[in-house]
Design a protein around this ligand. Structure first.
Ligand SMILES: NC(=O)c1ccc[n+]([C@@H]2O[C@H](COP(=O)([O-])OP(=O)(O)OC[C@H]3O[C@@H](n4cnc5c(N)ncnc54)[C@H](OP(=O)(O)O)[C@@H]3O)[C@@H](O)[C@H]2O)c1
Length: 258
């Protein structure tokens, strides 16, 4: 088949849905994965003429392996795989339960690991492919403390992605590995967060302008055309990350004394 194929998890809403629509409009075949079938159908209907829906729970390794199998059965190739599904939380470290940790690490971190396990052997066999892991700016600068274990899960995604990239660069230079760190995005993410999303002044006044899912999807399309190791989707992020790592104590003082 001549048309390129992208697999997107978390395709039923927000960034994932916007990316599916963008890629479909650009002539790609799109494989849509998430749990809510009705939402997946709506997204697929707006994602061009070459789509496949695979109901998937990303916290289950067997579902992620099934997703790869179905994509290859239908289209015979996978060019780009986007581990996008994720979920926030609205609890501080001292409020967390073991169940909170299992849920948030499962959907944000283990899902990415399962995605890597599913698709990277296929990419290695073919010597090419692009894996994109959607993390968060909070995985690099954990200044929204109520996201607690979400920040930790995304930090783990950042490290896993960097380690994978360095390993593959030596053995399989044709495989691209990208980490994407959005800032605030106006999707259902705030509403879907486990235990809700509190309004916290130093976060809402952080100076980071919210983006739409469509704006992020456009940036992801550029990343697919011109792969690079990392992408901050919000222009304020790179400068904030630099300040954070230069002097963590000074950054915390400045944030929390606002
Ligand atoms: N919005 C933001 O401000 C923001 C900022 C930084 C990073 N991000 C990251 O961007 C990514 C996309 O988030 P979004 O903003 O588009 O949020 P969203 O609108 O809440 O979408 C989340 C997606 O993840 C899917 N999902 C959740 N749990 C799943 C599971 N167990 N199995 C399969 N799919 C699951 C949901 O589908 P189903 O419920 O249908 O399964 C949905 O499609 C996430 O990784 C998020 O952490 C978002």
């Amino acid at each position: 088949m001549d048309r390129k194929v992208i697999v997107v998890t978390g395709a039923s809403s927000g960034i994932g849905a916007a990316l599916c629509k963008k890629m479909g409009a650009e002539g790609w075949c799109v494989v849509l994965a998430a749990r809510r079938l009705a939402e997946l159908k709506k997204t697929a209907a707006a994602s061009g003429t070459c789509t496949l829906i695979v109901p998937t729970d990303v916290t289950k390794k067997s579902d992620m392996d099934h997703l790869k199998k179905k994509a290859l059965e239908k289209f015979g190739r996978i060019d780009v795989w986007v581990n996008n599904a994720g979920r926030g939380i609205g609890r501080r470290v001292t409020e967390l339960t073991e169940q909170d940790i299992d849920e948030i690490m499962g959907v944000n971190f283990k899902s990415v690991f399962f995605g890597i396990q599913a698709v990277v052997p296929y990419f290695m066999e073919h010597g090419s492919g692009h894996i994109i892991n959607i993390s968060s700016f909070l995985g690099r600068v954990p200044f929204a403390t109520f996201r607690s274990v979400y920040n930790a899960a995304k930090s783990a995604v950042n490290t896993l992605t960097a380690n994978l990239r360095v390993d593959l660069r030596h053995s399989h230079p044709g495989i691209k590995v990208s980490l994407v760190m959005p800032g605030m995005v106006t999707s259902e993410f705030q509403k879907n967060a486990l235990h809700g999303t509190p309004q916290v002044p130093h976060v809402t006044n952080s100076g980071m302008k919210p983006q739409t899912s469509e704006e992020v999807a456009d940036m992801l399309f550029e990343l697919i055309k011109h792969p690079r190791p990392e992408l901050y989707t919000n222009s304020a992020s790179a400068e904030m990350a630099k300040r954070y790592y230069e002097d963590v104590a000074a950054f915390e003082e400045a944030q929390f004394n606002r």
